[in-house]
Write a protein that binds this ligand. Sequence first.
Ligand code: SF4
Length: 367
Amino acid sequence: LGTPNVPQLISPRRKTRKVKVGTTYVGGDAPITVQSMTTTPTTDINATLQQIAELTASGCDIVRVAVPSRDDAEALPIIAKKSQIPVIADIHFQPNYVFKAIDAGCAAVRVNPGNIRKFDDRVGEIAKAASDAGVSLRIGVNAGSLEPSLLQKYGKPTAEALVESAVWEASLFEEHGFHDFGISVKHNDPVVMVKAYRMLSERGDWPLHLGVTEAGPAFQGTIKSAVAFGSLLADGIGDTIRVSLSAPPVEEVKVGLQILQSLNLRERRLEIVSCPSCGRAQVDVYTLAESVQEGLKHLTVPIRVAVMGCVVNGPGEAREADLGVASGNGKGQIFVKGEVIKTVPESEIVPTLIAEAERIAADMPSG
Ligand code: SF4
């Protein structure tokens, strides 16, 4: 009968140009990066640096700060200097702040052509300043702020309209010999957003920054972003991602990292394989899985822990995992590399799993 021709789920990553963003790169063979944006007033330098430190600790690769006023622009030099990760200045409306951000030592500047009046007249100046300073740009097109002429032409911010805006602005920079930029075409509807990025990826080799804009509160935003990014990343599209949530930015980073890990585009760290529970379960699997996750979140090595409600699938899953438990009769069988090493009372399951995981982690090279 032969092997059925199963399509490959993850396509090879599309070839894009590699753009420097401070100490890291976006596009080309650079790993896909995770971005977030601070929510503190940028003028509050200490609070912003504190939030950047929290983002850095959570695994954020690149951070963006809003620059709505002159005072915010004045805060950029210290923030750019003290941040441990590259800082991107987010500029709307005021082209003058683009130059301030470049002078401030920001790694990159995000410009939104739809929100900068007479932006096209200033492209040459911006390209020259950025090029002289070795600073890259992102052309960040957003459904909520599309140029009026395109809104008129298309009636609403369709995928075609977003792409036309991005391609036009890209051509202006390229006419000035400037190529160090990435592009985003964000929409709050994942279907429109996926279509726009697919179209855009056919039009050039720009590195693409993926985002579902205004994705919503954590639950809805997580799902919208996971669905949209998952579709695109599985097609090899996307060089850097930002999950937008109405939630603290550290949550955005956690979701972004989890999306990449789920597609094996990042090394998996702690992974809990837990069953959904059913009528056979003899322990509270939800609480058990949460407690194990909480107890092991400090581990920095890749480790897979199976938390199973009964012995039906417990031994099988536990064999595939580094560590596991299959529960039953008020007890838990503890597995290490598929072998039962002991059986403990239910109250001892979590502490035993944590102790065993730490022992396994100690024997692994730290990540
Ligand atoms: Fe149900 Fe057991 Fe499967 Fe969990 S492992 S879902 S309790 S059969």
